[in-house]
Ligand binder design. Structure first.
Ligand SMILES: [Zn+2]
Length: 141
């Protein structure tokens, strides 16, 4: 599955990731609307991308494509911006999303506050914020 990629480069004032090392394939895929995680030969699945498997220490665990769906594991509503670039976005929501494949990631949740519920189904979309990166943002299904 590929998610929609919205061009947000003009309006984004938040921090911009700088792809390096193990994160390069991850960010390249986001520009195409694909969410990757790593699945080691030992069976461990992890996200964010790392140079080694957190379970067995193997180097460069291979990437797999997520279906881009999951559930809200937990979330927080931010009324005070965590970064100056988020001042115009308050209140905004940061969620820990548990992907259907297992790994969890922290991401913005683009949802009405009334619709937020732990365990609710969400799907990924992407906001392109630089030439090199589109951030995964989750919306209720
Ligand atoms: Zn491993």
């Amino acid at each position: 599955m590929t998610g929609q990629v919205e061009d947000c480069r003009d309006e984004w004032e938040g921090p911009v990731p700088v792809p390096t090392g193990a994160t390069v394939p991850f960010w390249e895929a986001t520009l195409e609307g694909r969410l990757l995680y790593q699945e080691c030969d030992c069976g461990n699945r992890q996200l964010y991308p790392r140079a080694v498997c957190t379970a067995c220490g193997a180097e460069d665990p291979p990437f797999e494509a997520s279906e881009g769906v999951g559930t809200i594991y937990t979330y927080t509503v931010c009324y005070v911006p965590g970064e100056p670039g988020f001042a115009d976005r308050t209140p905004y929501v940061v969620g820990a999303i548990e992907l259907a494949e297992g790994p969890r990631l922290l991401a913005l949740l683009d949802a009405d506050l009334e619709r937020l519920e732990i365990g609710a189904a969400v799907g990924v979309t992407f906001w392109q914020i630089s030439e090199e990166a589109a951030i995964p943002v989750f919306v209720p299904e």
